[in-house]
Design a protein around this ligand. Structure first.
Ligand SMILES: [Zn+2]
Length: 433
């Protein structure tokens, strides 16, 4: 089975901006475009190119509609700092009053700040009786989106709420969380086209676009963004989820497999069985068996082999790539057997890479897999934790389907696994030549 998709999702989620932040950022961006209240009591005309209309009076309500510039909205009532409006199609929804230049509200901000008091309650509304959404630790970083009557509306992680302004210390963007150690402030672009922007939000204008694995210097961190400087002195902001903290190591100076260090990662283990067959053969056992056969085959060539596990034990996904990043093998291979929800609908092997750097290696392995009795589906990109978080050349191999009877008749045998081991050894021999 693929590299624990569920866990992988969690990791992705951690790195991505909370949707609310996006929405919030979007709204803030709209302010810049401007919207005017033509007739204060009854109607307003949208001047922004697009304005979000929500199902309720708050940023945490869903978006019911988007209205375009020039749309006339009738105001039905005001609740807190939101207007309930009627749209031209007769539907109703809510728009934030602070997007309409209401004098009562201070200017919308997007200021980074930190909580200066321990156990500060984050409240649903700007008053002491409002429901507490969360309790924030001292020094929690957040973004102030609005200030009103001594309260600040803030965005923290995926929550929007209110805190008395006195509990917040605002920071100028270039003074936020400066990296403490000089030597640790270089990071690297993860994506082929990495966007550097004028402000720490996805709506901001592009400053430049960088290629993959380009080193930049971190000047500051602002929420989930880095303020960075490029080698040519350009500064801007980049999202932390498109950056690596370590450089990708390219193919080493090794010129024969005998000089190479290979790290093998037997998928799953311990409490994590991975996929299983009808008669309860477990993926975690097949991956370990295959890994141990591959270790032997590689060691015969003189290669040094490292394992992320050599017994039936649970190893965290992140720990697997961390081991690789620390021990810096010349190649990292994660071994898996695949499964589908419905039985007998898929067959064969897949070779997955994340970085373009690893395409060549992936294709060499996939070509060797054509010699297996199961179909080789070739090399393809996949966003999987052990390859994405890996600084070393890395592949994830799916070696056949546990959910397909005809595949199981092969993959559960030592003969097939030995063949896999020999073909990978041949592929790596070619790769290092
Ligand atoms: Zn698996």
């Amino acid at each position: 089975m693929e590299n624990s998709p569920r866990k992988h999702q969690l990791r992705l989620k951690k790195k991505q901006p909370p949707i609310l932040l996006l929405i919030n950022v979007c709204i803030v961006a709209l302010v810049v475009l401007g919207i005017a209240l033509l007739n204060k009591s009854t109607s307003l005309t949208v001047e922004a190119s697009a304005l979000n209309v929500r199902t309720g009076p708050g940023l945490d309500f869903g978006i019911a509609a988007q209205v375009k510039s020039g749309t006339k909205l009738s105001v039905l009532k005001q609740e807190n700092e939101w207007y309930q409006v009627t749209l031209p199609d007769g539907n109703t929804g809510w728009v934030a009053s602070w997007l309409i230049g209401n004098e009562k509200n201070a200017a919308v901000t997007n200021l980074p700040a930190t909580v200066n008091t321990a156990d500060t309650p984050l409240r649903q509304e700007p008053n002491d009786q409002a429901e507490i959404l969360d309790t924030l630790a001292k020094d929690t970083s957040l973004v102030i989106t609005l200030e009103q009557d001594g309260w600040s509306q803030v965005q923290v992680a995926d929550k929007v709420g209110w805190i008395p302004s006195q509990y917040l210390t605002q920071s100028k963007t270039d003074e936020v969380e400066k990296p403490e150690e000089k030597e640790n402030n270089t990071i690297y672009t993860r994506e082929e086209s990495t966007n550097i922007r004028t402000e720490p939000n996805v709506q901001a204008e592009l400053v430049t676009t960088l290629e993959q694995n380009i080193a930049v210097t971190v000047l500051a961190t602002v929420g989930e963004w880095y303020q960075i400087e490029t080698a040519d002195g350009t500064t801007g902001y980049v999202a932390n989820w498109v950056m690596n903290t370590q450089t990708l190591n390219n193919q080493s100076l090794v010129t024969s497999i005998a000089e190479a260090t290979i790290m093998l990662d037997a998928g799953h283990g311990g409490a994590d069985d991975g996929a299983s067959t009808d008669n309860n053969i477990l993926e975690k056992d097949l991956t370990l068996d295959t890994t141990l056969l591959l270790k032997k085959a590689l060691e015969k060539t003189g290669a040094r082999v490292l394992l992320t596990r050599d017994t039936d034990e649970w190893v965290d996904l992140e720990e697997r790539s961390n081991m690789s990043n620390e021990q810096k093998p010349d190649v990292f291979l994660s071994l898996h057997y695949d499964a589908t929800d419905d039985p007998n609908i898929a067959t064969g092997t897949h070779v997955f890479y994340y970085y373009d750097r690893d395409i060549q290696l992936a294709e060499i392995v996939a070509t060797q897999f054509k010699n297996l009795p199961l179909q080789s589906h070739g090399a393809s990109y996949n966003d999987l934790s052990v390859t994405r978080e890996n600084t070393q050349p890395a592949l994830l191999l799916e070696l056949g389907y546990m959910s397909t009877e005809s595949d199981v008749t092969y993959i559960a045998t030592e003969e097939y696994q030995q063949q896999v081991a020999d073909l990978i050894t041949e592929a790596l021999t070619q790769y290092f030549q």
